[in-house]
Design a protein around this ligand. Structure first.
Ligand SMILES: NC(=O)c1ccc[n+]([C@@H]2O[C@H](COP(=O)([O-])OP(=O)(O)OC[C@H]3O[C@@H](n4cnc5c(N)ncnc54)[C@H](OP(=O)(O)O)[C@@H]3O)[C@@H](O)[C@H]2O)c1
Length: 359
């Protein structure tokens, strides 16, 4: 039986769902010869330790027995144990936490991240961390960085590593923006009302400008470009923000919410310009040959996969030499705690397979 110990940083939406999925899937893991435990769970201030792995009572135990911690203390504690395969799971959204990655890897941890920050650092830092991983023979998996549980990162990596020439990647990378434009195109509603609807359904961030500014889509596009060993930085992505300058992030969320109807006229005009068989979509696009990375609003034919998108689905079109003009398409829920946590579990299984021979 191969034993893997997971140290889980972040017990919010994704982290807490992940714990429950790990506990519930024990039998399935055992059938694969795996024993997977989570002996330490942490939020930004508190750690709860149970050497034999947390159980169904983890939430109450965390409240009752959790203690303040420093990451260094956690590393020292783990070193006192005779654990063979240790994985730090980053289910935070913290840039500060990413500063611990090098230290964790140098102290024997593999890393699995839902957090996108490490993969969107300046390219030199991105490269430096990969060197650290290589030197320490440690794995870093992050499938959920793009498209949550959808197998986007792995597919692109596999195509590239097998010598396939990926020429273009385009798609709707964000569940919230998918919902906003799918609804706005279909229904006779003001743009601001549709954004409010998306907020009410919990699709947007508490500050919807995080979605509407296009930065999150730009990050995902950059992560995919880097899988093709392209050395771009975030500044290389040309982003059409949907937030007007006078309501940009220098103003408060309240000011933005109070004035969100300022967006309505522009979007109504854009809608009026559409032909009967067209819809608006907010997409990310990487054109490898033209060296263009863009986040933009486009008109799509309703019968095309992007135009036919429904609900809050994400969709990724991958164009390669062998697939020709018909792209490989990956579509499905691109956000949500359940699919994201399952994507993280799937990374744990992948990691278990990889360390089979070599560690
Ligand atoms: N939700 C999705 O659909 C989705 C999809 C793909 C990827 N992701 C990514 O998954 C990650 C987690 O998302 P979420 O929705 O679960 O976020 P969340 O509900 O806000 O939870 C974040 C967790 O991280 C903890 N945390 C923050 N800073 C920390 C630090 N320095 N050290 C340890 N723990 C820290 C928070 O603890 P405190 O409560 O103490 O602050 C909280 O427990 C994010 O990076 C997100 O972008 C999410």
């Amino acid at each position: 039986m191969k034993k893997i110990q997971l140290i889980l940083f972040g017990i919010g939406n994704v982290g807490s769902t992940f714990i429950n999925q790990i506990i519930q899937a024990q039998k399935v893991f055992q059938q694969q010869g795996l024993e997977i435990e989570i002996p330490i769970i942490l939020n930004s201030s508190t750690a709860f330790i149970k050497d034999e792995g947390v159980d169904e009572n983890w939430k109450a135990n965390f409240v009752d027995f959790g203690l303040p911690y420093q990451v260094e203390e956690i590393i020292d504690y783990v070193k006192t144990k005779n654990w063979q395969h240790i994985v730090a799971i980053d289910a935070t959204a913290s840039s500060e936490f990413v500063n611990n990655y090098t230290n964790l890897v140098e102290n024997g941890f593999h890393i699995i991240a839902a957090n996108k920050v490490a993969n969107t650092l300046a390219y030199d830092d991105y490269e430096f961390f990969r060197e650290i991983l290589k030197e320490n023979k440690k794995q870093f998996l992050y499938e959920t960085n793009v498209g949550a549980g959808l197998p986007v990162v792995e597919t692109i990596k596999n195509l590239h590593q097998s010598g396939e020439k990926v020429t273009k990647i385009r798609g709707v990378f964000s569940g919230s923006l998918s919902y906003i434009f799918n609804t706005f195109s279909e229904e006779n509603k003001n743009f601001s009302d549709v954004v409010a609807l998306a907020e009410a359904k919990g699709f947007t961030e508490p500050d919807p400008r995080v979605d509407l500014s296009g930065t999150d889509v730009a990050r995902k596009l950059l992560i995919l470009a880097r899988e093709l060993q392209l050395t771009y930085n975030l500044e290389d992505v040309k982003v059409k923000s949907l937030v007007p300058a006078h309501l940009a992030e220098t103003t408060s969320v309240t000011t933005f919410q109070e004035n969100i109807t300022d967006l309505d006229e522009e979007f109504q005009l854009l809608k009026a310009e559409l032909n009967e068989n067209e819809v608006l979509r907010y997409i990310g696009e990487l054109d490898v040959e033209k060296e263009i990375l863009e986040v933009k609003l486009v008109k799509e034919q309703k019968e095309n996969p992007l135009g036919a998108l429904q609900g809050a689905d994400s969709l990724f079109e991958i164009y390669t030499e062998s697939y020709g003009n018909q792209p490989l398409v990956i579509q499905g829920a691109g956000a949500g705690a359940a699919v994201t946590a399952r994507g993280v579990v799937s990374d744990v299984i992948k990691l278990a397979e990889r360390i089979d021979c070599c560690n």
